[in-house]
Design a protein around this ligand. Structure first.
Ligand code: P6P
Length: 358
């Protein structure tokens, strides 16, 4: 009997935790002195706190049916602000980050670190993306992007956050769904960790995530079809034609929560499209804390991320909250929509950037 118990204990503790994994992989960065490790763990800590509140919000939501929609509205507003405050407080306290660009804040939030070797990184974050879906209990997420600061010392600067996506040292998302996962990359592949809520530990559950070669899912809000560029209309029509050799027609799946749509497509194989439209000439998604981190993950998972004409990661951001069209998924799927955009909507390439605050 004793032998069986000890075997069970061994099995239980074969799991690799996020902390162990990040430390083990830190050795691949000879100059790393643990700062990025600590920063990634700080993000994991904040995610656990936000996760707990989101679940509680679900509870309040049930109670909220008794009250007016104000309760649900307050909960959503509270949750957006709560998530933002939690990540800012945790990152400020961790000392590894000297500035944050957040979807919730018009300007960069800068921190003064009094210890010279601290504050080497800056973070762009969407603390709670898709939060309008909370009342329908749809998965939502946090999306983050990490860069080395460019400025020498002192509080981080606005310019520290306006770096092209190729400069990212790490990026990832947390998906608050049927289970809570943290998925991230530091440029050496994509790894997924599932939160064990009973002990509050992220455990490696999806090592070395890659897009399946031949996905057959497409995700786009077809309600905007009339506003799409001709190249996107042609692509959707192509996907809906019958051709068993290319597994067409594809399956349409759209949740309206970027992290949930991207995560499903990464696992099952599919392309996500948020094109520029007549109503949103630069698209809807934000460069710094939606397109760039998702693009980094997509490329590290063997896929592609484009604005229809060029690689997302090579675009030089001009403002903190600027938008970009996003086509991301398996290489072949993205290349097909790029081909049709070049042929049928070349004029979209030179759409002027609508100046956004920040
Ligand atoms: P639409 C959520 O509001 C979000 O920013 C992304 O998470 C999502 O992909 C997109 O907007 C959905 O936008 O216009 O289809 O509702």
């Amino acid at each position: 009997m004793q032998h069986q118990n000890s075997h069970a204990m061994v099995t239980r503790y074969k799991i690799k935790t996020l902390t162990e994994f990040v430390i083990e992989n830190q050795s691949e960065y000879p100059h790393a002195k643990g700062a990025l490790t600590r920063l990634l763990n700080d993000i994991g800590t904040a995610a656990k706190i936000v996760n707990r509140e989101i679940n509680a919000a679900g509870l309040v939501d049930i109670l909220g049916t008794v009250g007016s929609t104000n309760v649900q509205g307050e909960t959503q507003k509270k949750l957006d602000v709560y998530a933002n405050d939690t990540f800012i407080t945790t990152l400020r306290g961790g000392g590894e980050c000297c500035a944050i660009a957040s979807e919730e804040n018009e300007k960069v939030i800068s921190f003064q670190n009094n210890i010279a070797e601290l504050g080497k990184y800056v973070v762009a974050i969407d603390p709670l993306d898709g939060s309008s879906n909370i009342e329908s209990n749809v998965s939502i997420g946090t999306i983050f992007s990490i860069y080395r600061r460019q400025s020498e010392m002192g509080p981080g600067t606005h310019e520290d956050l306006l770096q092209p996506g190729v400069n990212q040292v790490a990026a990832g998302y947390v998906i608050y769904g049927s289970s809570t996962m943290l998925v991230y990359t530091t440029g050496k592949g994509v790894n997924g960790f599932t939160l064990d809520p009973s002990v509050g530990i992220f455990c490696l559950s999806h090592p070395n995530m890659k897009f399946p070669d031949n996905g057959n899912i497409y995700s786009v809000n077809e309600g905007y079809h009339v506003y799409f560029p001709e190249g996107v209309k042609r692509y959707i029509k192509y996907l809906q034609e019958e051709d068993p050799c290319t597994r067409r027609p594809y399956t349409s799946r759209y949740i309206g929560s970027l992290v949930a749509d991207f995560h499903r497509n990464l696992i099952r194989g599919g392309i996500f499209l948020y094109p520029a439209t007549r109503k949103a000439p630069n698209g809807k998604l934000r460069m710094l804390y939606e397109c760039n981190p998702i693009a980094f993950l997509a490329e590290q998972a063997g896929g592609k991320a484009s604005n229809g004409f060029e690689r997302i990661l090579e675009i030089q951001p001009k403002t903190l909250h600027q938008r970009a069209p996003l086509f991301t998924g398996p290489k072949k799927m993205v290349e097909k929509v790029e081909e049709l955009m070049r042929i049928h909507s070349p004029e979209v390439k030179d759409t002027p950037l609508v100046e956004e605050e920040g």
